[in-house]
Write a protein that binds this ligand. Structure first.
Ligand code: G6P
Length: 369
């Protein structure tokens, strides 16, 4: 088993560290920086529909749903197509509206999640074209969908999803740029710049992984935490949700992700000296706003851990701990910001003596309703 884990103590840690490689695999044959082009063979036969889609509905569960939320920001920003992201379990039971120019995309690592499969069936019955973003080749989702894009990140064994998540977000980034290419919603130069940056993502991921020693030290400080709030704005908000999910899944510390500005509508009541608040303060465009939110937490004696992409500055001065990820284009930050959060959940769980790869009550794929 040690051999399968490639020298790591747990599959989760191995899979976290594989991400530069797995993202490279995911982009192989799809991202062409020299030509400034994205090629997605598995969906190319739907180019007409993709170009004219009036709406995209994404259905997924768990971590895949979080990836979908990041996809919403990216597709709306770059391709200007409205996107809705739904829990598959809600979509399937709530009599949803699907129109003829809507496109449905199902995201699933395993391709076997029962709710996602039922959502696909329902969407197909309603006449929609359904595409899949899936990791397991030949899985039920890949067979049930009309076309799709494999994440190709290799088998994921740890119950807490890590490299599958970064693969899904990479696919959604490629998809957003592919749609922008079809619809010409970005200038050639803008698109080409994005594609060049995307191609460098694995290098940034390698760089981001270097925060592990620091994150491990921070994890010791969270040994006795009972609650944590994760906050972010824009596409850092779904990253906050994902960070909170990772922590609660494997360390059993109660954690919630929130859009930072929503804190004042509830979670702020919970903040005292016992509360750790993790800010995903990576997005350049929300800098001032996030500083205000950090000040609100500090004024109530909360402990602040900030993930930043810029060293120094006001965020660093206001935070108890600062973890720096590489400075890159904003659209790559969700993947990079997720890395310290994956490592944090892993090390907190490890220190607390939890079964990292097989947390209680959870399954890798949920094939029942
Ligand atoms: C389970 C797993 C999660 C996963 C979710 C959806 O809850 O523990 O890691 O995100 O199912 O799974 P899928 O295979 O459809 O992405």
């Amino acid at each position: 088993e040690m051999l399968e884990k490639g020298g790591y103590n747990h599959f989760m840690l191995k899979e976290i560290h594989e991400q530069a490689k797995s993202i490279r695999e995911c982009m192989r044959g799809r991202v062409y920086p020299e030509q400034g082009k994205i090629a997605l063979g598995g969906i190319a036969s739907f180019d007409g529909l993709l170009k004219n889609a009036e709406r995209i509905v994404i259905v997924a569960c768990g971590t895949s749903w979080h990836a979908g939320l990041i996809g919403e920001y990216l597709i709306e920003k770059y391709a200007r197509i409205p996107v809705e992201v739904e829990y598959a379990s809600e979509f399937r039971y709530r009599d949803p509206v699907i129109r003829s120019n809507d496109l449905v995309i199902a995201i699933s690592q395993s391709g076997e999640t029962a709710d996602t499969l039922s959502a696909i069936d329902l969407a197909k019955k309603m006449g929609a074209v359904v595409l899949g973003i899936c990791n397991v080749v030949g899985s039920s989702v890949s067979r049930a969908t009309d076309g799709g894009i494999y994440t190709h990140v290799g088998p994921e064994v740890g119950v807490a999803s890590t490299k599958a998540f970064s693969g899904q977000v990479t696919v959604l980034t490629m998809l957003a740029l592919y749609l922008a290419q079809l619809k010409e919603t970005l200038s050639k130069e803008e698109r080409s710049n994005c594609i060049h940056s995307l191609w460098k993502l694995p290098e940034f991921v390698e760089e981001a992984l270097k925060c592990e020693d620091q994150v491990q030290r921070i994890a010791y400080g969270m040994l006795r935490s009972r609650n944590c709030i994760y906050l972010g704005r824009g596409c850092a908000f779904p990253v906050a949700l994902e960070g909170a999910l990772k922590l609660k899944e494997i360390s059993y510390i109660h954690a919630e992700g929130y859009p930072a500005a929503e804190m004042k509508h509830g979670p702020i009541a919970l903040i005292d000296e016992e509360m750790t608040v993790i800010f995903i303060a990576t997005n350049h465009s929300y800098h001032e706003k996030i500083i205000n939110n950090i000040q609100e937490v500090r004024a109530r004696k909360g402990k602040v851990i900030a993930i930043v992409s810029n060293a120094g500055g006001e965020v660093a001065a206001l935070s108890d701990e600062v973890v720096q990820i590489p400075h890159s284009d904003e659209f790559l930050l969700p993947i990079l910001a997720a890395i310290p959060l994956q490592l944090l959940a892993y090390h907190v769980a490890l220190i607390r003596g939890c079964n990292v790869d097989q947390p209680r009550n959870l399954a890798k794929s949920v094939t029942v309703e």
